[in-house]
Write a protein that binds this ligand. Structure first.
Ligand code: FMN
Length: 356
């Protein structure tokens, strides 16, 4: 059942940031943790191997609400080295898809509207906005001062592509943000590799050599602090194998998947999200669960093949406790949800009841 989303898709990003979270996340009720089961998350003990993926928790108010509702691994929305604006409203729309968003279906135009219903798939198009570093540093520090044992904040970040910038500057930008996050006390970092690569229109994770350079530059700044990379769906097994072989010894965790890109139109066939470069946007939720599960299985095989130790974080279309266990059975060490958690603030509670 879909409850009121804690991010209101009918409001702008800025209004959500200022006035959110909404629905049950706004009631301040703290759910008591009856589990006290301790699971390992990159060397830290957590009450459950479940959390909220990068994106929906816009700031400290959202993060605190998620912690209060028993989400034990909470990812603070991807931050950057400088303030960065959001794409214009709307940023979230319901997408009509029958079944799975396979590679073939992703080539066709998908129709979006505002009638959110199950099975729920959405498109989200924000452009990875960031608040001012001064704001996010203070905001994150405040959460870290109050966080209880068994719960952990993941600091998500990415570098920023700028005009006139060279590759070295682009790579160094990742290291600067990572260092700041470590310095303010964040225990686990997650870098978004599903972002545009400098000098190309491709995603960073599809360029193994550049991904390795960026991961090494980050590791140089953060030392032993665990680093997760967030990647997109790989169609090609050889490409994934090559990527994992090179990156799997550098990083501590791989989170898969981010959204799958598709062309989004309204009922009249016109571009649904206004503005340049927004014909296509990322789709997440129910229709991409198959792809998240597929990547988890393949990452597990490759980890075994190369004798690596990285933690596998399964993401994509987790709406129920059953989905959580499907990911665990596929080989995920940790499971996270974005869309499912937004429309069900009790998802962590429901999973923990089944974990007991
Ligand atoms: C509202 C929203 C905002 C998101 N923003 C980010 C982001 O800033 N950085 C990131 O790495 N992923 C972001 N994502 C992607 C999610 O972390 C996740 O990988 C994807 O949505 C698939 O999970 P799901 O099917 O549970 O939504 C966002 C997703 C949603 C729904």
């Amino acid at each position: 059942m879909l409850l009121e989303s804690f991010y209101d898709p009918n409001k702008s990003y800025e209004e959500n940031f200022q006035k959110g979270p909404f629905g049950i996340f706004a009631n301040k009720e703290k759910l008591e943790d009856k589990n006290n089961l301790k699971f390992n998350f990159l060397g830290f003990k957590v009450n459950s191997p479940f959390g909220i993926a990068a994106g929906p928790l816009l700031n400290g108010k959202f993060v605190q609400a998620a912690l209060d509702k028993g989400f034990d691994i909470v990812t603070y929305k991807t931050v950057r080295n400088a303030k960065y604006p959001s794409h214009p409203f709307p940023n979230v729309l319901f997408v009509k898809i029958d079944g799975d968003l396979t590679a073939d279906i992703a080539k066709s135009k998908l129709v979006a509207d505002k009638n959110y219903k199950e099975p729920l798939s959405i498109t989200n198009s924000f452009g990875v906005p960031s608040s001012d570093p001064e704001f996010w540093q203070k905001d994150i520090k405040q959460i870290l001062n109050n966080i209880k044992s068994g719960q952990i904040l993941v600091g998500a970040f990415q570098g920023t592509k700028k005009s006139g910038q060279g590759v070295e500057e682009y790579i160094n930008d990742f290291g600067i943000v990572a260092k700041t996050l470590k310095e303010i006390g964040v225990k686990v970092l997650e870098v978004n590799f599903s972002c545009p690569n400098e000098g190309t229109n491709n995603l960073l994770c599809y360029d193994t050599e550049r991904s390795v350079q960026v991961a090494k530059a980050i590791k140089k700044e953060i030392g032993n602090t665990p680093l997760i990379i967030k990647i997109s769906y790989f169609k090609d097994e050889n490409a994934l194998q090559n990527f994992v072989k090179e990156i799997g010894v550098i990083v501590d965790g791989i989170s898969a998947i981010n959204t799958i890109s598709a062309e989004i139109v309204d009922e009249n066939g016109r571009q649904a999200l206004p503005g340049e470069g927004r014909q296509r946007s990322g789709v997440c939720g129910s229709a991409i669960k198959w792809a998240g599960l597929d990547m988890v299985k393949r990452l597990k095989n490759l980890r075994e093949k190369f004798g690596y130790k990285f933690t596998i974080i399964g993401v994509g279309g987790v709406f129920t406790a059953e989905d959580f266990f499907e990911y665990k059975n596929a080989g995920a060490d940790i499971v996270m949800s974005a869309t499912g958690a937004m429309w069900n603030p009790y998802l962590a509670k429901e999973i923990k009841e089944k974990l007991r």
